[in-house]
Write a protein that binds this ligand. Structure first.
Ligand code: ADP
Ligand code: ADP
Length: 223
């Protein structure tokens, strides 16, 4: 089974009003284990909408989302929420770390919420931070970190619960080009090491070229 299988995804905003926008018109996508795909398209073409539907943060008007062969539409709300927490990691353009907690705590908290013990959660957080070079920043709060460090901590948090699928929306879009390059390399290494499948929306064609395949969203379908 593919890790992510989208079939016939349709999404319209403001249906039946003058502001109606048909964003997705039958989008299909399969990502196998370990595959990393870039999603490249102009602003407003529906990248965020597609990522939110794939990550179970939003629902489609029609079509199917299956993760690891399981039809997410067939699950109860409770089981779908559990699937989102366990199977999907999200990274956004802005880090969205909790400001009052340290880097370590930001990575530990989602694990505790998932029933992992404190010691195991801390060890795993430290391992992730070491792999992207922010382990020396473990006790710092987000405001004390540089932009690149904040984003690397956000990567660790996204991977804390060992998801099968990583969804990223312009993960380095807020960084200057040099920092973006370094931080993107760290992300790719982490993804490759853990055998994750990933869908990464980016405007940066150079970064896209380093992934397994580049997908485009054109008039609501993936090409
Ligand atoms: P992208 O990520 O490619 O910039 P989005 O998925 O954010 O595209 O948006 C696609 C289109 O849908 C845009 O025209 C946007 O304005 C519109 N849109 C997105 N979210 C909503 C919403 N909640 N309500 C109405 N329109 C929306
Ligand atoms: P960048 O060049 O990546 O923007 P900064 O100049 O923001 O980096 O920060 C350089 C280093 O100083 C980083 O390692 C960062 O963690 C550290 N640093 C920045 N601000 C603080 C702070 N208020 N407290 C502790 N460390 C900080």
């Amino acid at each position: 089974n593919p890790v992510l299988h989208l079939s016939g995804i349709e999404k319209t905003y403001n249906e039946g009003t003058p502001g109606e926008i048909r964003v997705l018109r039958g989008a299909n996508l399969q990502i196998a284990r370990g595959e990393v795909f870039a999603l490249v398209a102009p602003s407003g073409s529906g990248k965020s909408t597609l990522l939110h539907i794939a990550g179970l943060l939003d629902t489609a008007d029609a079509g199917q989302v299956a993760i690891n062969g399981q039809d997410m539409g067939a699950l109860s709300d409770r089981r779908r929420t559990a699937a989102r927490r366990n199977e999907v990691g999200f990274i956004y353009q802005f880090h969205h770390l909790l400001p009052e907690f340290t880097a370590m705590e930001n990575i530990v908290l989602p694990q505790l919420a998932n029933g992992v013990g404190d010691k195991a959660a801390r060890d795993h957080a430290m391992d992730l931070m070491a792999r992207v070079g922010v382990d020396t920043r473990a006790t710092h709060r987000p405001a004390e970190l540089s932009g690149g460090e904040q984003q690397r901590v956000a990567f660790c948090r996204a991977l804390a619960n060992r998801p099968a699928l990583l969804l990223a929306d312009e993960p380095t879009g807020n960084l200057d080009p040099d920092t973006a390059d370094t931080v993107f390399n760290a992300l790719m290494e982490l993804v490759r090491d853990t055998g994750l499948s990933a869908l990464i929306a980016t405007h940066n064609l150079e970064l896209a070229a380093r992934m397994d395949r580049t997908l485009r969203l054109d008039a609501g379908v993936i090409v």
